[in-house]
Every structure is written in C-alpha cells, then in structure tokens.
Design a protein around this ligand. Structure first.
Ligand SMILES: NC(=O)C1=CN([C@@H]2O[C@H](COP(=O)(O)OP(=O)(O)OC[C@H]3O[C@@H](n4cnc5c(N)ncnc54)[C@H](OP(=O)(O)O)[C@@H]3O)[C@@H](O)[C@H]2O)C=CC1
Ligand SMILES: CC(=O)[C@@H](O)[C@H](O)COP(=O)(O)O
Ligand SMILES: [Mn+2]
Length: 381
C-alpha cells in the first residue's frame, strides 16, 4: 500500500488523482491532502478519503473547516504543506497545487526521500536547478504528470539520451487559436476559459490561451530531461491526440498518443513502470478522429512562448521572474482587472527590468519571486 500526500486536492489534477486512488484503493491510500480555501469542495473528499492530515491556505479557512469537520490535524499554509509532504508516514507526494507556492514542499519531500509525481510545473520553472539537483543527490524519482512530459518520458523508455535529436512538444493552440492578434483585443474571461480539448483549472487554461503554458512546458522539459533548448521544439497540433514526440539520431520518431485524459499520465506516474487498467479512460479510435493536423508555431502570434525560450536560455533568476510575473498577470486577468493582451505586456516589462542573478539559491529565488509579484502589481498603479 502506497501512502499518498496530495497537494491541491480540490483542483482539476487533484480530483483526477483521487479518481485514480479510488480506482486502485487496494494499492493506494490518501495519507494527507491540502487545498486552498475551497471548503465546499474539500468536505466530501475529507469524508470519503479520511486523510490523517489536512492543510489549508490560512487560519480563517482552518477555523471555518473546524466548525464543520471534527479533525485533530489541520495545518496551515506553506509550513503545513511542507510538513505533510515530508511526513515520515507518507511514501509519495503528488504535487498538484497551482503555482510556485509548491516549491518548498517539493524540495522538502525530495530531501525526505519521497517519490514525487509532479504536476506543479511552476515549481520546475521557478527553480528547476534546485529541484533537479536535490533529486539527483537524493536519488529520488521525479515522475512527470504533465501530459506532454509523461509522453516524453514514455518515448524515452529504454532509449539512450545521447541518441535524441529533438523533443517535439505538441500545443493545442488554446481557446483563441483561430483568432488573429487583433481579435484578441476584446476577448472575455469566459472565452479564455473555454479550452477546446482539456478541462483544467483556470490559471493553466489561460496559460494555454496565451501559449505561456507551452513556454513553461519547454522549461519543464529542459529540466526534467536534461535537454538543451535548441533540442526542444513546439508544434501546433489541434487535436491533442499526440501528447509529444521524440526524434532520434536515425530520424525515427516515437510519439505517445491517447485520448486527452489526465488520469492516464497521473496513474502512470503512480504505478510506473507498471501499466494498470484504467476503466474510465476512453480507448483512442483514430478512425473516429479522422485527421490529425500539424502547423508550425507562430512566435509573433504567441510572443509568450518566445519570452519563455529566452528566459530559459538566460537561466538563473530569469525563469523565476517569468513565472511570478505570469502568475500575477493571469490572476489580474481572471479578476477582471486587466484585458487579455495586458498579460503578456506585464510579463515582458518584468523580464526587461530584471537583472539576472546566476546560480541562485532558494533564498534568492523566493526573494525574486516576491519582488516580481509586488512589481507587477505596482505596474497597475
Ligand atoms: N489541470 C490539468 O489538466 C493540468 C494541470 N497541470 C498543472 O497542475 C497544477 C494544478 O493545476 P490544476 O489542477 O488545473 O489547478 P486548479 O486551479 O484546478 O487547482 C489548484 C489547486 O491548488 C490549490 N491552491 C491554489 N492556490 C493555492 C495556494 N496559494 N495555497 C494552497 N493551495 C492552493 C487549490 O485550492 P482551492 O480549490 O481551495 O482554491 C486547488 O486545490 C498546475 O501547476 C498546472 O499547471 C499540468 C498539466 C495538466
Ligand atoms: C493537459 C495538459 O498537459 C495541459 O498542459 C495541456 O497541455 C494544455 O494544452 P495546450 O497548452 O496544448 O493547449
Ligand atoms: Mn501539459
């Protein structure tokens, strides 16, 4: 029985992780869970899975939860997430929290030798060098949950890293893929949240519409697979059937395909190297899909992707700034405070104003993250 700690249990990945745990309850037990403030979503999960430990975002949420459920172990905030992630009684951390707030819990879980299933891409973008170095030195396996990275991981199975010509990450194009830049002037929050293929949390759905999601994924792939940026390509593929591909030295291309269902990569990260039956997932019928489409990425149409490549290549604290600026800008858009196209302008400004610090330690990363958040908020005043 593997005991799982799940950060971000009330979210889209959290919910689908619980589907997998429920399906394989003879293999997995939910030991601890965290969520933000969404008590209504958390209560049925607490009642069903009876976690030993719970973490909420703040004291007020803890008080409100205590008025509803009788539980001895409710912790708060980052310290709480760190405690349940590195707890001696848990085996695996599924990090499905949204944002770089998941960084310290990931690092502490690695230091405590936990197996990590990582959905929380912001952690790797913000401080990939620290996370990968910790995982290497502790010999901890860091298994990807993000669909493209799970695909790359599967395509690399049994292959030699030096034989890779390039990694080809597929991009659906997001909610606005058929719109010109001019048509983006007046798009609404609801329009942005209408992803053509995936049902996901609000932040990643907006990232997908700006193409920042692919930018974050390029940096994530760089760290997870130790791949230089000139060997990572992005191609538009509107069906999201091919989740990513690898071209090898002999020009052979291996791809991983499947219906768009995050329970598949989540389960694989939890059962690797075994593949278990997953009854909820639909079989891929290519004759029903009919055609698969591919198009070259247009960096003028999607400038966030180029900003991410540039920040990744620059390295040091630049990806930390990219991520923090993006988190704040997307949140402002989702609160209705800025129009869609202002997201990329705020990020661009934050990147332009930042002087890179190379080889930053955790303290520096956390400081730059905080400073960037305040700076981007201040652009609006
Ligand atoms: N959804 C998907 O299909 C995919 C997601 N990912 C990545 O997985 C991660 C999670 O995404 P997704 O599930 O869509 O996100 P959601 O917004 O659906 O869920 C986020 C979860 O994190 C919690 N949370 C948010 N902010 C905080 C905070 N400050 N402190 C503590 N908890 C917090 C939320 O709690 P509450 O509900 O209480 O607010 C919720 O449980 C992201 O990094 C995303 O990029 C990667 C690939 C695919
Ligand atoms: C499901 C998943 O992994 C998302 O990150 C997905 O990739 C979003 O799709 P696009 O960013 O390609 O629109
Ligand atoms: Mn993805």
């Amino acid at each position: 029985m593997k005991k799982i700690t799940l950060l971000g249990a009330t979210g889209s990945i959290g919910k689908q992780t619980l589907d997998v745990i429920r399906e394989h309850h003879h293999l997995f037990e939910l030991y601890g869970l965290s969520f933000g403030r969404n008590i209504d979503k958390a209560i049925p999960l607490i009642n069903e899975f009876k976690p030993k430990k719970i973490v909420v975002q703040d004291i007020e949420t803890k008080r409100n939860l205590q008025n509803i459920v009788n539980h001895d172990y409710i912790l708060v905030g980052n310290e709480g997430m760190i405690e349940i992630s590195a707890d001696q009684d848990t085996d695996v951390l599924v990090n499905a929290v949204m944002g770089s707030v998941g960084l310290e819990a990931t690092l502490c879980a690695i230091h405590a030798n936990k197996q990590i299933a990582i959905a929380n891409k912001e952690t790797l973008v913000t401080a990939g060098h620290l996370v990968m170095e910790a995982a290497r030195s502790r010999k901890v396996s860091l298994l990807p949950v993000d669909s493209e990275h799970s695909a790359i991981f599967q395509c690399l199975n049994g292959e030699n890293h030096k034989d890779v010509n390039k990694v080809i990450i597929t991009a659906s194009g997001g909610s606005f893929r058929d719109k010109t830049r001019k048509q983006l002037d007046n798009v609404t929050i609801d329009d942005a949240l209408n992803h053509p293929n995936w049902s996901m949390g609000a932040k990643i759905t907006v990232d997908s519409a700006t193409m920042m999601n692919k930018g974050l994924e390029v940096i994530e792939a760089h760290w997870l697979f130790n791949m230089p940026y000139d060997k990572i390509d992005v191609v538009l593929h509107k069906e999201s059937v091919i989740h990513s591909m690898i071209e090898f030295a002999d020009q052979s291309v291996i791809a991983q395909l499947g219906t768009p269902d995050m329970r598949v990569p989540i389960q694989y990260a939890l059962t690797y190297p075994a593949r278990l039956h997953l009854p909820q997932a639909k079989s891929l019928n290519l004759t029903e899909v009919g055609q698969l489409h591919f198009a070259e990425m247009d960096f003028d149409r999607f400038p966030c992707l180029m900003m991410a490549y540039n920040a990744g290549r620059e390295g040091g604290t630049m990806p930390t700034v990219l991520n923090a600026a993006n988190e704040v800008a997307v949140s402002l858009f989702l609160q209705g405070k800025i129009p869609f196209l202002t997201i990329e302008r705020l990020i661009e400004k934050a990147l332009e104003q930042h002087r890179t610090i190379q080889k930053p330690n955790l303290e520096t990363i956390l400081e730059v993250d905080q400073q960037t958040r305040l700076q981007v908020q201040a652009y609006l005043n």
